[in-house]
Write a protein that binds this ligand. Structure first.
Ligand code: AP5
Length: 217
């Protein structure tokens, strides 16, 4: 049976992670977030975490070799046999080729969804983002701050800023996206695999459009 493979593409802060979770749950497929996998490795202090920590904190990309190994071993797991939702991979043309070789024949059946958001919105979303250390609830200091500003309204644990969400590192992440990831948009468009949507709207409205796209695939 053909696997359903969804790729969420878009700049940092466009909502890839938010939408990937919803799509994965809607389709009953695993959500594979390379950013989350790397952050877990950093938190656990594993060999991988030690290798990637400073790269992530600087807003640069982890090497294609490392990413290929991380993604290959994840996609080979049994829960990906019916499909998967990729969030944050591929991010370079080399990663596109690596994904093609990992997926083999299924690579021709990708649904690539590009979420478009202005740089102003991205800065506000990322620089203002705070997350609870314990339950992961997300706040935004400009739009939806926690009541005390420092503690989670849901569980009372401290809320913190992601280390790569400082203004300086967000600017670097955006620069890297333009230079290394935007060419993928042109590539997938030429193959007829790309679907665009406006990510400036409410989460639910964006999700509905993604579901409509998936129904047509
Ligand atoms: P990664 O974790 O993938 O980060 P990113 O893509 O830079 O960006 P985010 O996760 O911050 O944004 P997002 O688009 O997922 O948006 P989100 O849903 O979170 O990667 C981190 C680092 O890991 C990289 O910089 C790199 O170092 C390394 N890395 C990862 N993958 C790699 C790879 N393949 N190759 C090499 N290196 C790699 O939303 C953002 C905020 O906006 C949230 O607060 C959310 O609540 C809010 N929001 C979302 N949607 C909406 C909406 N519609 N309206 C209002 N607010 C919204």
């Amino acid at each position: 049976m053909a696997r359903k493979i969804v790729v969420l593409l878009g700049p940092p802060g466009s909502g890839k992670g938010t939408q990937a979770k919803l799509v994965a749950s809607y389709c009953g497929l695993p959500h594979i977030s390379t950013g989350d996998m790397l952050r877990t490795a950093v938190t656990e202090g594993s060999d991988l975490g030690l290798r990637v920590r400073s790269i992530m904190e600087a807003g640069a990309l982890v090497s294609d070799d490392i990413m290929r190994d991380v993604v290959k071993s994840r996609i080979e797991k049994l829960d990906c046999r019916y499909g998967l939702v990729l969030d944050g991979f591929p991010r370079t043309m080399q990663q596109v080729q690596d994904l093609d070789s990992i997926l083999a024949d299924d690579s021709k059946r990708l649904g690539v969804i590009q979420i478009q958001v202005s740089q102003d919105t991205i800065r506000k979303r990322l620089v203002g983002r705070r997350s609870c250390l314990s339950c992961g609830k997300v706040f935004n200091v400009y739009e939806s701050p926690s009541s005390s500003g420092m503690l989670c309204d849901a569980c009372g644990a401290p809320v913190v800023q992601r280390r790569d969400d400082s203004e300086e590192v967000v600017n670097e992440r955006l620069r890297v996206y333009t230079q290394q990831t935007e060419p993928l948009v042109v590539y997938y468009k030429k193959l007829g695999l790309l679907h665009n949507l406006d990510g400036e709207r409410e989460v639910e409205a964006v999700h509905k459009d993604i579901v409509d796209i998936l129904k047509r695939l």
